[in-house]
Design a protein around this ligand. Structure first.
Ligand SMILES: Nc1nc2c(ncn2[C@@H]2O[C@H](COP(=O)(O)OP(=O)(O)O)[C@@H](O)[C@H]2O)c(=O)[nH]1
Ligand SMILES: [Mg+2]
Length: 479
């Protein structure tokens, strides 16, 4: 049977020396032609050697070793990546402690023909947890309740006994999961639920562990609660983060372009530089304040269906309204930003990987250009070069709207304050929310002069209440 028709069973192990050989044997005894992958994190109790011996004994068994205890979610992530690389059609994931009885694998496989993900559920049947102590029952029930209420998922979202149809789930989807601990389970299920994958459940009875002890501890519990809060707030304000969309293909990426300012790091889908609270505030700001201001200026200066370049597009969260009005091409130097942009705008805008100093577009080929928070990251000489490049690709009488923060803009002052508080009160070192801002607007005269010198006529300079004094908005026309 070729790998593309086969199922892999993945089992993470940490100190499971009493269980691992028995479990391996009982899975092989099912006679289902399954391969088994163990991922061990250097268990001090010698589990690693046992799985190596199993791998020598049975060709269907593989053993991977990692350098230390990196977390259960991280082990699942690595197991999933390995399964994709090997080309398996389906992946079953389960714990090593017999709390996921192997005989349920029959049911998982049966239901998998009808859906993308099968989840073993402890809540479809009375007394599924009858062997468990009060504390574990309470913990599991609370977690279930929280994921139901906050993430609005009906499933048993915190268990690891699952089947994924890898042939129906794109590999890159798993890169959108931030958690590497126990919260991996509800976060991954939320991701698939949110993206309308077909999820089915089978009832399971969960016996208690007989050997060894659980690795779920208070620290892991608090981490999970934090990630639940993070996921919940992201679902309210920054859902784009969880939208699955094909990433930029190799022929869309210009490999010769180097991102020297660190934007790829800033737009990474896992863990941003400023943390999730910064991401949330930034998303709130973009969506509710900046987007509305941009909508206003775009309608004022660009005609319906105009071809417009968003030069330095970032996540594109501000483009979600105007993409109905103008034809946008989002350009960025960061491939991560463009992937985020694609997720946000789901095919409604074109994307272009390029450098703002040599834009891969022909002379006089666009009706308009705009950007927000881009110019301040360059020095004045570079800004002149950028404006000349904009001048080149813009049609005669084409318009441009530039959002450029002034030295005393609201967001500049706010971030300076937060940085001061984090560094001086919380003792954090070198807090940095985004790549450096080198050239902020000093005065209206200061920027108007730069535009006039590079071949533009300033039509409007705005700094005001519309965006709560965040940006100087400069609208210009090609002379
Ligand atoms: N590789 C690896 N496996 C882990 C880690 N933490 C837990 N496991 C394994 O994940 C499975 C579930 O862990 P367990 O302690 O039973 O968690 P519980 O079921 O929530 O009590 C078991 O097979 C553990 O050996 C880890 O950090 N790395
Ligand atoms: Mg367990």
């Amino acid at each position: 049977m070729s790998k593309s028709e086969q199922t892999l069973v993945f089992i993470p192990t940490y100190n499971e020396c009493e269980n691992v050989a028995l479990l391996c044997q009982s899975i092989l005894n099912l006679g289902l032609n399954l391969d088994i992958l163990f991922v061990d994190d250097r268990s001090p109790d010698g589990t690693g050697e046992i799985i190596d011996n199993l791998a020598l004994q049975y060709p269907q068994v593989k053993a991977l070793h990692r350098e230390g205890k990196l977390g259960i979610g991280s082990a699942h992530y690595d197991g999933i990546q390995w399964a994709y690389t090997q080309g398996y059609r389906s992946l079953i994931t389960m714990d090593c402690d017999f709390t996921h009885p192997p005989h349920y694998i029959h049911n998982l496989l049966k239901i998998a023909t009808e859906c993308d993900i099968v989840v073993g559920s402890r809540y479809l049947q009375e007394n599924s947890l009858s062997d468990w102590n009060f504390f574990r029952k309470a913990l599991t029930t609370a977690a279930h309740l929280l994921t139901r209420v906050c993430l609005k998922m009906p499933y048993d979202a915190t268990g690891a006994f699952r089947l994924y149809r890898l042939d129906r789930i794109p590999r890159h989807a798993f890169d959108l999961i931030h958690s590497r601990g126990y919260s991996f389970f509800f976060e991954s299920l939320y991701l698939f639920h949110f993206n309308h994958f077909k999820i089915k459940e089978i009832p399971i009875m969960l016996p208690a562990r007989t050997y060894g002890h659980s690795k779920m501890d208070l620290k892991e519990m608090f981490k999970s609660i934090r990630l639940l809060m993070e996921t919940y707030s992201t679902t309210l304000l920054n859902q784009e983060r969880y939208k699955i969309c094909d990433p930029m293909s190799a022929d869309q990426v210009d490999a010769s372009q180097k991102d020297r300012q660190g934007w790829d790091e800033y737009w990474k889908s896992r863990k941003s530089t400023g943390g999730w609270v910064y991401d949330l505030i930034a998303a709130f700001y973009r969506k509710f304040i900046i987007k509305r201001t941009l909508n206003y200026f775009v309608h004022q200066y660009f005609k319906k269906n105009a071809e417009v370049l968003h030069a330095g597009c970032g996540s594109g969260q501000v483009d979600t309204d105007i993409c109905q009005y103008i034809n946008i091409t989002g350009m960025d130097i960061s491939v991560n930003a463009l992937n985020f942009y694609k997720r946000t705008n789901q095919g409604k805008c074109k994307v272009l990987h390029g450098n703002i100093f040599s834009i891969p577009l022909q002379n006089a080929s666009v009706d308009g250009i705009y950007n927000l928070g881009v110019m301040e990251h360059f020095d004045e000489n570079e800004i002149r070069l950028i404006l000349k490049e904009f001048h080149r690709i813009l049609r005669l009488d084409g318009k441009m709207v530039i959002f450029w923060p002034p030295e005393f803009g609201a967001s500049v002052i706010f971030l300076k304050m937060v940085k001061w508080i984090l560094e001086n009160i919380f003792g954090r070192k070198n807090v940095k929310f985004h790549p450096d801002e080198i050239t902020r607007v000093q005065s209206k005269r200061h920027v108007c002069q730069i535009f006039e010198e590079t071949g533009f006529r300033v039509v409007q300079y705005y700094f005001g209440l519309r965006d709560f004094f965040t940006y100087s908005v400069i609208a210009v026309e090609k002379r």
